[in-house]
Write a protein that binds this ligand. Structure first.
Ligand code: ZN
Length: 160
């Protein structure tokens, strides 16, 4: 079976930046399981995996436009410390999720000033070219229920 829209795909992967530094990887024996073709993973990786079969290895370089998009300086904002209950414990590098008009977003604290925090709402991997080493460890047809829910059930997936 080949990787195509609405198949459930299991992958082992390692993600590196341009310097060869490992940014992320699937855990040993614990592949990432996703529903192909519905935007659960970045477009460049979906494209690279299309048509592959179990056991195939893919080595792909993905530009920001097909990954997490370009960085946007307008997503950097200054917020008064007084808006945070736990301001004393927040330091540079801390990430948290906030509900915004555009949905939930991850913010990273990039600077701590006397009275303010400077927050970066860009995805941590925005603006980066990503290098993936991927091995397809399984491909199976999705169930009708998985397709209607838009996600995977069972091992590695949701239970509802
Ligand atoms: Zn479900």
């Amino acid at each position: 079976m080949n990787v195509t829209k609405e198949n459930v795909v299991s992958i082992n992967y390692t993600l590196k930046n341009d310097d060869g530094q490992v940014l992320d990887s699937s855990a040993d024996g614990n592949p990432l399981v996703y529903l192909h073709g519905v935007g659960q993973i970045i477009p460049g990786l979906e494209k690279a995996l299309e048509g592959k079969t179990k056991g195939e290895k893919v080595n792909v370089t993905i530009p920001p436009e097909e990954a997490y998009g370009p960085r946007n300086d307008q997503m950097i904002q200054t917020v008064p410390k007084s808006e945070f209950e736990d301001a004393d414990t927040i330091e540079v590098g801390v990430q948290f999720q906030a509900d915004t008009q555009a949905g939930p977003m991850i913010f990273t604290v990039i600077e701590v000033k006397d009275n303010d925090f400077v927050l970066d709402g860009n995805h941590p991997l925005a603006g980066m070219t990503l290098h993936f080493d991927v091995e397809v460890s399984d491909v199976r047809a999705a169930t009708a229920e998985e397709i209607s829910h838009g996600h995977v059930h069972g091992p590695g997936g949701h239970d509802h």
